[in-house]
Design a protein around this ligand. Structure first.
Ligand code: NAP
Length: 348
């Protein structure tokens, strides 16, 4: 069996989960080299790794490099992503710097593996909230043709990396002893614009300056544009409201889907229960539905509360939960690398 030389750039929540997933799935790696902003040794799942500083020539000889650095002009993908391609590697990038770049396929392996090709060596992983939604939308769109999607998200603080987890933990420790006078808090929010402990924040990332999306925050626009690109439906009607919630792991979503014609909840349940990567957990009478406390650490996209929209015979409502660090980031990236191998695109 061929073995591949793998690089991972960034060793935060997503990067370290990528290394775990590569090992858990026995990815055929002859070596895994890890890069970050400074040299050190790190232990991941009991295995010690030497961390190198990414720079000119770092990626020579590597077959595939998974990027999990921070986004923006000083981020790893902007500084090193295309260089890694020039140095011969396939790149799978987790950030949003290049997702809408026409040169870059945006891939969820269960949905659009056909977007991968040997001459498109820079590949993007979609946004975590988009990934779990399109895994559910794609089989329904294929069978019934979707006309419009209205999604609201309930996104965990792990979506903000280690800083988000730490902020919720520290704030919760301060709020609990002060109950019921919970307004009394000395800690100022850093990772978020407001206190996240025992609160909901209807803002993820900054406000868009695109007049076509007046009033939308950028995370909401990512969900709209990325869904259209992945499903090859540039005109699909999608709207989103993204909310940060005081949950450590896993993102949840309510998704209202309107189809071209009348649809039954039973037929939607049937399609979803046979679709790749989905587990249907839907027994409302017994209070069975997916919840973030149970889904954190799992790989699949979990769907429940499948029901006819009483206001529209052409629409259904779903509740979709998935681990944003696994399927929403690390696992999806590793599955893309596995798909490159399965489609004979990655050469060792
Ligand atoms: N968290 C999620 O749910 C999620 C989901 C989907 C996508 N993503 C995306 O995945 C990426 C990583 O997220 P995260 O939550 O793991 O972030 P994180 O915990 O903040 O970790 C960021 C890592 O990137 C490294 N880094 C930053 N700039 C770099 C550079 N110029 N060169 C090399 N390494 C650099 C940092 O190095 P040091 O350790 O040396 O500081 C750190 O290891 C982000 O783009 C994020 O938007 C996150």
């Amino acid at each position: 069996m061929s073995k591949y030389k793998v690089g991972v750039v960034g060793i935060g929540l997503v990067g370290s989960e990528m290394v775990k997933v590569l090992r858990q799935r026995n990815f055929p790696a002859s070596e895994i080299r890890i890069f970050a902003t400074r040299e050190r040794t790190e232990e991941i799942n009991g295995e010690k790794f030497k961390i190198e500083v990414a720079g000119e020539g770092s990626f020579k000889g590597l077959d595939v490099v998974l990027f999990a650095g921070t986004e923006g002009s000083k981020g790893a993908s902007k500084l090193h992503g295309w260089k890694a391609v020039e140095e011969g590697a396939f790149v799978i990038d987790n950030g949003d710097d290049f997702r809408m770049d026409p040169r870059v396929p945006l891939v969820v392996p269960e949905v659009n593996p056909h977007h991968l090709s040997k001459d498109k060596k820079f590949i993007a992983n979609p946004n975590c909230s988009t990934i779990q939604m399109v895994v559910a939308l794609a089989p329904l769109h294929k069978k019934f043709k979707i006309r419009r999607v209205v999604v609201s998200t309930y996104q965990s603080v792990s979506g903000t990396g280690r800083a988000g987890l730490q902020e919720l933990y520290e704030q919760a420790k301060e709020v609990v002893p002060n109950y019921p006078d919970i307004a009394k808090m000395s800690q100022k929010p850093v990772a978020y614009p407001h206190r996240i402990a025992f609160n909901l924040i209807p803002q993820i990332s900054g406000l868009s300056d695109d007049p076509a999306y007046s009033g939308y925050y950028k995370e909401e626009i990512k969900m709209i544009k990325e869904t259209r690109k992945i499903l090859d439906e540039p005109e699909m009607k999608v709207t989103a409201t993204c909310v940060r919630v005081p949950v450590f792991w896993a993102h949840s979503e309510t998704v209202n889907i309107e189809f071209d014609s009348k649809i039954s909840a039973a037929s939607v349940r049937d399609v979803l229960s046979k679709a790749p990567g989905i587990v249907v957990l839907d027994n409302p009478g017994e209070s069975v539905y997916p919840m973030p406390v149970e889904i954190g650490g799992k790989d699949e996209v979990f769907v429940g509360r499948i029901r006819q929209d009483v206001s529209n015979p052409n629409a259904v409502d779903l509740w979709v939960v998935s681990d944003n660090i696994r399927k929403g980031a690390a696992l999806n990236a590793v599955q893309i690398a596995e798909t490159l191998i399965a489609r004979n695109l990655l050469k060792s």
